[in-house]
Design a protein around this ligand. Sequence first.
Ligand SMILES: Nc1ncnc2c1ncn2[C@@H]1O[C@H](COP(=O)(O)OP(=O)(O)O)[C@@H](O)[C@H]1O
Ligand SMILES: [Mg+2]
Length: 380
Amino acid sequence: MDDNDDMLEKIQEYLESTNNELVKATKLKHGILHSEITLELQSFCDVSKIEKSLVGLPFYVKCHTPILTSSPTTGSFRLLIPNDEIKTVKFNKSKARDSSKIFIGAKDDGSDLYLNLTWGSHVLLAGATGSGKSMLIHTMIQSLLSSGGTNIIFLDPKRVESQVYEGIYGVQTAHSINQINHTLKEVKTWVNNRYAVMAKTNTRDAIDAWYKSYASGRWDYEDVRPTILIIDEIADLFNDSKEAKNSILVLSSKARAAGLRIILATQRPDSKIIDGAIKANFTTRICLKTSSRVDSRIVLGVAGAEHLLGRGHGLLMPPTGELIPFQGAYVDPITMSMRSHDKPISFRLNEEKGNNRIINEDLANVAQSLTDDIPDWIDE
Ligand SMILES: Nc1ncnc2c1ncn2[C@@H]1O[C@H](COP(=O)(O)OP(=O)(O)O)[C@@H](O)[C@H]1O
Ligand SMILES: [Mg+2]
């Protein structure tokens, strides 16, 4: 790519040479991942027309295919032209913040990018094989482990990714369909208990309560700390087990207030897997390189992710709908398999130790006094 300020001129020249009166390239900003060009609309037109007119741009400017994104807040369009070299962003423990934020990588301006648990939404992570989904899951798990204070459950139908955590970390893992369904049942029971504790302590939103107490350093709400349920490659699991799919749907629609956050990864974001119910409940989207523009549309509502470069190069769409380009962080295998972290968590759903003290002591009493606040599905 011509990495100099002539680029803007060249792009404008190209637009003029294609008789494109629709847009004007007005601003250029070099980031660590892309050159970002602001396009100003000269007249109203639909996006596909602009996309079409950009087809020849990589040949003229000698650059990667641009990703066209629009901003719902400003109404402007921008072109993201990926830099020649992918920037490797490494995970290290200093990136971990408090547990309400999960580190995922770097933004174009070089600053750190986090998923925020207080956004209150579940996360859909999509991308073709090799796009970096599993690596991003490892980054998120490492970030959570380093900051401590959350329970992590990693369902891994393909088994390969969760092996590093088996018997080592405070991450509960499951891989066979039986184990996965059993774990999901345990999570439902846990949510049931959680609602009981919340009713007793008059808490409406567990994560909010937990986060406030965390921030104030009081930890009064240790009993309502968040649980992150991560599932790598849901497509085959959903096809093989209706029970698993149903459990995940029920949990995703009902258990948010209880402090459960679900992260689903899939290489096949087709509409059979990502149906309306999933879409409605998983409003934070992370899209890595997709194999087609159709897949990009399913995940983000717009094309473009098919032009990402792979290996963790992605677009984050928080519930607000804006698109944030980023490079996912890389965790090296040594960091991944290291034994200790600062605040070890020995979380097993069946072992209700100190953290669930209230549940053990008072659950029977509390359960009796509960009527309205517990949704009826949890007793099924
Ligand atoms: N963030 C990243 N930075 C650098 N390389 C990466 C990154 N993510 C993935 N890769 C490379 O791409 C390969 C495939 O990534 P993986 O996470 O297994 O993809 P997926 O799960 O989407 O099939 C990895 O083995 C690694 O070499
Ligand atoms: Mg994978």
